[in-house]
Unconditional design. Structure first.
Length: 73
């Protein structure tokens, strides 16, 4: 259990650290960001990643619980 928790924790830290330079824009957001300029576009990217984190974390948690409950003993 401790190894699994450590692996999940390290994965979360890696994803958060790697998402700093991630471009998380759809085609409409990309066009809007190009018109805003560089600094507001970086803020838009950060906001998109921030808003996407909660649903992805919930889905990951539910997937983990499902996997844990269906794993053979």
């Amino acid at each position: 259990m401790k190894k699994t928790l450590a692996a999940v924790g390290l994965s979360v830290i890696f994803v958060v650290a790697a998402s700093h330079d991630t471009s998380a824009q759809c085609s409409i957001c990309t066009k809007t960001a190009q018109q805003l300029g560089e600094k507001p576009a970086k803020g838009l990217n950060a906001g998109i990643i921030y808003l996407a984190f909660a649903p992805l974390a919930i889905a990951g948690y539910l997937g983990y619980r499902w996997w844990k409950s269906n794993k053979p003993a």
